[in-house]
Design a protein around this ligand. Structure first.
Ligand code: HEC
Ligand code: HEC
Ligand code: HEC
Ligand code: HEC
Length: 129
């Protein structure tokens, strides 16, 4: 079991309704939009971190129904109060990694861009087609 106790404090609401599941084809997600290179996101691994529930990332999901993709709302430019996608992703992804490092635990990349954005030809973890 991966140790991730500090977040328990942030997540006080129990998951309402039937627990949603991550579809098999979404267990690993590849973000290929960035010119900097593909970001490989181990979705299932992240959802199994101690103290993390789906709504930590899927913040608009009320616990019922399938979570929606972040890109549906977070676009290239901010819209009304919705932050643009680079802000949404960097805040959520790097924010949690920073928080975890500060708590003295192992986390994913924070500062080094190329640990997330992997250029074609380098190992991105994506299986060859
Ligand atoms: C650490 C953050 C994080 C956690 C925790 C998380 N997800 Fe996700 N999930 C994402 C991201 C990022 C995407 C990709 C969104 C996009 O492509 O815009 C995603 C995509 C999805 C999608 C696909 C949406 C679509 O239609 O493309 C589903 C379904 C989903 N998640 C379900 C879940 C469920 C169920 C849980 C809890 C068991 C969960 N997620 C936990 C970050 C997370
Ligand atoms: C249905 C639309 C919608 C979806 C889907 C959505 N967001 Fe958001 N998001 C918003 C809106 C609106 C705000 C601004 C208001 C707020 O803070 O709730 C926001 C704010 C944020 C913020 C800044 C505030 C905070 O909570 O720290 C982050 C980070 C964020 N979203 C990340 C994500 C990620 C990551 C996903 C996908 C896993 C996602 N969002 C999915 C609409 C959405
Ligand atoms: C709830 C906190 C949290 C959030 C949110 C989060 N991460 Fe992580 N991430 C972690 C932790 C903890 C690890 C280290 C896991 C381990 O190796 O034991 C990690 C590891 C990683 C790694 C290295 C994985 C490997 O072993 O190859 C990458 C890449 C990564 N995260 C990307 C992302 C991206 C992209 C997002 C946003 C879509 C994200 N993370 C959101 C906590 C988080
Ligand atoms: C924890 C992983 C992570 C780290 C570290 C990271 N990023 Fe990102 N970044 C992402 C994710 C996830 C996205 C959303 C990609 C998408 O929407 O396809 C993103 C999006 C972007 C985008 C927007 C791409 C676009 O097409 O709009 C830029 C630019 C970017 N990052 C630059 C950087 C730079 C520069 C650094 C280092 C200072 C960095 N990133 C570090 C995960 C990371």
């Amino acid at each position: 079991m991966r140790s991730f106790l500090p977040l328990v404090l942030l997540l006080t609401l129990p998951l309402a309704g039937g627990a949603a599941e991550i579809p098999a084809e979404k267990e690993t997600i590849y973000f290929e939009h960035s010119k900097l290179g593909t970001v490989t996101f181990k979705h299932k691994m992240h959802s199994e971190l101690d103290g993390v529930d789906c709504r930590f990332c899927h913040h608009t999901n009320q616990g019922t129904g399938k979570p929606e993709p972040c890109h549906r709302c977070h676009k290239g430019k901010p819209q009304d109060e919705t932050p643009k996608k680079i802000k949404a992703f960097h805040t959520r992804c790097r924010g949690c990694h920073q928080y975890t490092v500060d708590a003295g635990k192992q986390a994913g990349p924070v500062k080094k861009c190329t640990l997330c954005h992997v250029k074609a030809g380098k190992t991105s973890g994506k299986p060859q087609q």
